[in-house]
Design a protein around this ligand. Structure first.
Ligand code: F3S
Length: 756
């Protein structure tokens, strides 16, 4: 069974009880986002109101979804928890590790050859611990989740930032780091700062060339890449209900591009149609029974300014197709004349070399059918493709149905490449160039979500523009960035001037969805006998061993690095080629802090080994200290560990023997990750003490044996000349987190509790 109707009915029963209570304690009508948040509190029935943007709250999500790149370390950690099964329904989706090159059949075979070890590992762990497994080629995580698992009013977390896509089916779905997912898999609460709420009122109706993608491209223009930070974006109004469910998914998906915690829509007829079309009539029936809880209270949408922290109005009837980019998804340009002028002024290449349709953002049946209606016109009107075209269907279900209905053959007649149902070029898995760094300046248009430099093809000179699938198809056929399909003509093979008609398509397949093998492997009911094998000499996977507690005495510790300025999770654990080692802690630890700038020489990956006086790379020097049994500390500046939520940035230093990270201030998620891995994450009580730290210092923690909540710690800093400074260090550990430290990690504690 792909989804659990009893679980969903249970959520709806609780919602009915909890929404009324929440309304009473909040003292006013509730938005949809609040209804979902308050009905998923870890504590159960709400007892007090939470302050938006301020209070940290424990939640109990209904589901977890993981993709293959992030699932490796998450599941390696989960294996440490000593649980026989995951505590909440979880799925793993193999979609990131498949390169697009020659087309689906060849590319998938190649991926299965080069990454079989990782795929087999993920499959066996899933089978053992009750996790649903979606094989390589089954589809892109968020499309598969929308088709199978998302449900109105639910709460989901996923180890991918575009987990937010499930808001298209009325969920609060949020992207998290692997460590958070592991906590929930192991039966613990998930903590989130109670979000602020942005309301987007959609009036009017989309028509002609305008698509749901243009709505989010417009929102990105208004809010910019930071405008949604810490907020849930809730869409409502007649324009919202007039759009398809998958179109709503597109809008929510790109909420990640404005930094939003997530985005969502109230339950409506389009969602009911989608649920029924994807064989979930029982979910639709259950949702219909609690319909009033699956949308905001009526007063909220009548006077949204009173209930949201910010309200944005968009009239869909006045919206035109947009192209956002290059290099950032919030730089909007209207298709046609405005683009023509902007491109000339900014020296953006006008010739378009590729059009790419797909990704988790725009790969639904509706997307493919509307884009194919443009491709069909090119065939009918005798037009030849000027650019190359690539298609990544979102799932095998969509691909199979689109093939059956003749949609894919239309693209193929235009020599388009149909790539695997996977992320492909969207995650840089695209063998476009042999030497991307030296590839020429060019423009591409795609229907994906992200268009940062090098994202798709590794070429820093590729100007990537984001558009709807139908505009992508039209521009790829015309081969020009400034082509306006609503007004411009093209010359066909016979030398005649022709124009495109408006795109047409189907919200859902008229003959229904079909699929032969959807690529799903259900786990065994009792997986206790399943063996998870990882080769001893594997360079990509390594079973974890529990961290040993650091203990309540740290003396004689050495300085590993005093990081200067910005030190993000990318500086601490770089991505790029290192992605390959995401499942092998010891190998990926070789990139630890190699991007951090040493405050004493302004160089990266060049620190002093106090044992020898020689300078070397950070991981190498740290390994020397570890060999000598000497603990180390890392010192950092403000907002240390900002960026992604990847737990590797905490696990790697911990693995290499760093005992404490002492900084002016932390990015909160990284601070929590350090705590979870059983390390000390501390801040200077007096920021100026950062300046006291010298290259040859030795450190003694004076009162670590009295480590307790709200009590600062004292550090004796012994300088090379024998002088000493006593400095105060603050911390935010609560009693439970101090237990994590004492046990060596949060997982060690879970395991211990389990054993009882
Ligand atoms: Fe994959 Fe790109 Fe979506 S990497 S999950 S298709 S954002």
């Amino acid at each position: 069974m792909a989804f659990d109707i009893d679980m969903i009915k249970g959520v709806y029963t609780k919602m009915a009880e909890r929404v009324d209570k929440a309304r009473e304690i909040v003292g006013k009508p509730l938005t949809l986002s609040e209804k979902i948040l308050y009905s998923h509190l870890w504590e159960g029935t709400p007892t007090k109101p939470f302050e938006r943007g301020k209070d940290y709250v424990d939640f109990a999500p209904d589901r977890i979804a993981c993709q293959d790149a992030t699932a490796q370390m998450a599941l390696l950690q989960f294996m440490q928890a000593g649980k026989p099964k995951v505590a909440v329904p979880t799925t793993v989706h193999c979609d990131h590790l498949i390169q697009a090159k020659d087309g689906a059949v060849t590319d998938l075979k190649h991926a299965n050859d080069v990454s079989s070890e990782v795929f087999n590992f993920l499959e066996s762990v899933s089978n053992k611990y009750g996790i649903g497994f979606w094989k390589p080629g089954a589809g892109i995580i968020h499309q598969v989740v929308l088709e199978n698992y998302a449900f109105p009013g639910g709460m989901m977390i996923g180890t991918d930032s575009h987990t937010v896509n499930a808001g298209g089916l009325g969920m609060v779905a949020i992207g998290v780091g692997g460590a958070d997912a592991v906590d929930v898999m192991a039966g613990m609460a998930w903590e989130l700062k109670f979000p602020k709420l942005i309301g987007v009122r959609l009036t009017g109706k989309l028509s002609g060339w305008t698509a749901p993608k243009d709505v989010i491209l417009k929102v990105a223009e208004i809010l910019t890449v930071k405008g949604g930070t810490g907020a849930i974006v809730e869409y409502f109004g007649p324009g919202a209900t007039s759009m398809s469910c998958t179109g709503k998914g597109t809008i929510c998906n790109m909420g990640a591009e404005i930094g939003a915690t997530t985005s969502t829509f109230g339950y409506d007829d389009s969602m009911e149609r989608y649920l029924r079309a994807t064989e979930r009539a029982d979910v639709a029936d259950a949702a219909n029974e609690v319909r009033e809880h699956l949308t905001a209270d009526a007063e909220v949408y009548e006077n949204p300014e009173q209930y949201f922290d910010q309200v944005i109005d968009i009239d869909l009837s006045k919206l035109g197709p947009l192209l956002n980019g290059p290099f950032t998804p919030d730089l909007s340009t209207t298709v046609g004349k405005e683009m023509s002028e902007k491109a000339k002024n900014n020296d953006w290449p006008l010739v378009v070399e590729w059009g790419l349709i797909g990704s988790c953002t725009n790969s639904s049946y509706e997307d493919l059918s509307r884009a194919s209606s443009i491709a069909q016109q090119a065939l009918d009107k005798g037009l030849k493709m000027k650019a190359e075209l690539g298609i990544n269907p979102g799932s095998e279900k969509v691909r199979y149905t689109a093939e059956r209905d003749g949609i894919l053959s239309v693209f193929e007649k235009l020599d388009a490449k149909i790539f695997t149902n996977a992320c492909g070029p969207c995650i840089g898995q695209w063998a476009r160039y042999s030497d991307p760094k030296n590839a020429p300046k060019n423009s591409i248009v795609h229907s994906f979500n992200r268009n940062f430099a090098k994202r798709a093809d590794g070429n820093p000179n590729t100007h990537a523009f984001v558009a709807s699938p139908e505009i992508t198809a039209a521009i790829a056929i015309a081969g020009r960035l400034d082509f306006n399909p609503m007004t411009d003509t093209l010359i066909n093979e016979e030398g005649q001037e022709v124009m495109f008609d408006e795109p047409t398509g189907w919200e859902l397949p008229p003959k229904g969805f079909d699929v032969k093998d959807n690529g799903y492997l259900a786990p065994e009911a009792d997986g206790s006998h399943v063996k998870v094998s990882v080769k001893e000499d594997s360079e990509r996977l390594q079973l974890l061993t529990p961290f040993t507690p650091i203990g309540d005495s740290i003396t004689g510790a050495k300085l590993l690095i005093k990081a200067f300025g910005k030190c993000t999770t990318d500086h601490i654990s770089m991505a790029g080629p290192w992605l390959r080692f995401r499942g092998h802690l010891d190998n990926i630890a070789n990139n630890t802090l190699i991007g951090a700038v040493n405050a004493f020489n302004q160089k990266t990956n060049f620190v002093k080994n106090q044992l020898t006086g020689a300078y070397g790379g950070v991981p190498d020097v740290q390994r020397e200290y570890k060999k000598a049994g000497i603990e180390t500390i890392v010192v950092g500046d403000h907002n240390y560990g900002e960026g992604s939520s990847r737990e590797h940035a905490a696990m790697q230093p911990r693995h290499l023997g760093v005992a404490a990270v002492i900084v002016k201030s932390f990015a909160r998620i990284h601070e929590t990750n350090l705590k979870k891995q059983g390390m000390l994450g501390l801040t200077f009580a007096n920021e100026a003490d950062y300046d006291l730290i010298q290259e040859n210092d030795t450190f003694n923690f004076v009162d670590l044996n009295k480590f307790s909540p709200n009590e600062p710690l004292t550090l004796e800093v012994v300088h090379e000349d024998g002088t000493k400074d006593m400095i105060k260090l603050n911390h935010t550990y609560n009693a439970a987190q101090i237990k994590w430290y004492k046990e060596g990690s949060a997982l060690n504690l879970i395991k211990k509790q389990n054993a009882k």
